[in-house]
Design a protein around this ligand. Structure first.
Ligand code: OAD
Length: 247
């Protein structure tokens, strides 16, 4: 593992300029610079709130109103968040490569807002709801008719269309992510603690198929020993540098 501080090494620049198939996996760290809290670091959501209560089906079934209100509160914060230079640099990188896949664990929609295409939202999106019973999808804003949570036409309760602990990911999205990872020549892991499966296995799957593995994080993670390049620091700074060498 090579730890880099200020500039991109020639070897990495060479890889980035020659590569045709590039995959990026992002986590909450990339949105930290848009003012959104991460999950596990200082001030992280799971330091303040219990994931079992708020991000599980059991928690929802026990206290649906509390869970709904918590997500409404988060949405009210996310509504003010804007893409930061890290999101924008990734959107530019996507234009440089013919085959570029952006896999995100984030549910904030900021990659889409930044103009990225070919995004796989592994953990769903806070900008949608779905019926807990019939699965019908609804937009973020729904008419509640005074009910908390609002109800579907079938009578089922609405919940955010995100993946909770213990729930499976969408098979088609996970398949797409695994396929992209296995075909990547360069795989970036950006702003994620690399602790939550199956997302955390994607960089390793890529590496196994000989991708160059690049990690960007403000601190080492369990993935760092496997990284060919560990770029220590803020996602926005490194990604802006990378975007610039590609232009
Ligand atoms: P975490 O909160 O676990 O990790 C955020 C990572 O971002 C940490 O490793 C930080 O060091 C790093 N970080 C913070 N600021 C950064 C910055 N400016 N630049 C670069 N890195 C920075 O968030 P995730 O790894 O995304 O799941 O968490 C994975 C999943 O766990 C989430 O999708 C969520 C959560 O429970 C669900 O909601 C299903």
């Amino acid at each position: 593992m090579e730890t880099l501080k200020k500039s991109l090494p020639d070897k990495l620049v060479g890889c980035l300029q020659c590569a045709q198939r590039v995959v990026v996996l992002t986590g909450a760290g990339i949105s930290a610079e848009s003012g959104l809290p991460t999950f596990r670091g200082d001030g992280g959501l799971w330091k303040k709130y219990k994931a079992d209560d708020l991000a599980s089906l059991d928690g929802f079934l026990q206290k649906p109103d509390v869970v709904w209100e918590w997500y409404e509160y988060r949405r009210s914060i996310y509504a003010h968040a804007r893409p930061n230079p890290g999101h924008l640099a990734l959107a530019e990188m996507g234009k440089f490569y013919a085959d570029f896949t952006l896999i995100t664990q984030n549910t904030d929609g900021l990659h889409l807002a930044a103009g990225s295409e070919n995004i796989l939202e592994l953990h769903g999106s806070l900008h949608r709801n779905r019926c807990h019973l019939c699965g019908k999808l609804y937009p973020e804003q729904v008419v509640s008719n005074g009910q908390v949570p609002p109800r579907c036409g079938c009578g089922g309760m609405l919940r955010p269309d995100v993946v909770w602990f213990g729930e499976p990911l969408s098979p088609s999205i996970l398949d797409g992510a695994l396929r992209a990872a296995s075909e990547a020549q360069v795989f970036f892991s950006v702003g994620t603690s690399a602790l939550v499966q199956p997302a955390a296995s994607l960089p390793l799957a890529a590496k196994k198929r000989r991708a160059v593995l690049v990690e960007i994080n403000i601190e080492p993670t369990p993935l760092s020993p496997a990284a060919d390049f560990f770029l220590e620091g803020k996602a926005s700074e490194w990604l802006t540098l990378i975007k610039e060498v590609l232009q």
